[in-house]
Design a binder for this molecule. Structure first.
Ligand code: 5GP
Ligand code: ZN
Length: 137
């Protein structure tokens, strides 16, 4: 189940949404600074980092939010978390980092393709990650 009427399986049986920016990054159609890729996940630098290290880990298959994940996604979700520490350390967050998964409107999720933020750097983060929000938000 994709959760999107536009999502369809590609030649490898992987769910893809042709209009999804992270699907395009996963396919290499939009450039990104990738730090890791295997058969089911991709990790790349956030285009608008909130800290010296700000990675996004995504499944290659299109899944909009944590509301659509099922037991079928356990392996890929586990793989993303399992590699987060290694990638954080490699990118310069060797003494701690924060993982965030924003979900839906209330969670202020902007890109509707499940992703884990890995945020850190040499110095401690603030108690909350604050992004500038436009008026009316
Ligand atoms: P969300 O608010 O959905 O949890 O986070 C989406 C994240 O994706 C944001 O931190 C934003 O900066 C990042 N982002 C949006 N578009 C792009 C893009 O085209 N490339 C990269 N690398 N990051 C993006
Ligand atoms: Zn997608």
């Amino acid at each position: 189940m994709s959760g999107s009427p536009l999502a369809a399986a590609d030649g490898n049986g992987m769910q893809q949404d042709p209009n999804c920016i992270f699907c395009k990054i996963a396919r290499g159609e939009i450039p990104s600074r990738k730090v890791y890729e295997d058969d089911t996940i991709v990790a790349f630098h956030d285009i608008s980092p909130v800290a010296p290290v700000h990675l996004l880990l995504i499944p290659k298959a299109h899944v909009p939010t944590l509301y659509e994940t099922t037991a079928a996604h356990e392996a890929v979700l586990g793989r993303m978390l399992a590699i987060a520490g290694r990638l954080a350390r490699e990118q310069g967050a060797a003494d701690g980092f924060r993982t965030i998964v924003n979900t839906g409107r209330v969670g202020r999720q902007e890109v509707m393709h499940v992703h884990i933020h890995v945020i850190g750097g040499p110095d401690p983060l603030g108690p909350m990650i604050v992004r500038k929000v436009s008026q009316g938000d």
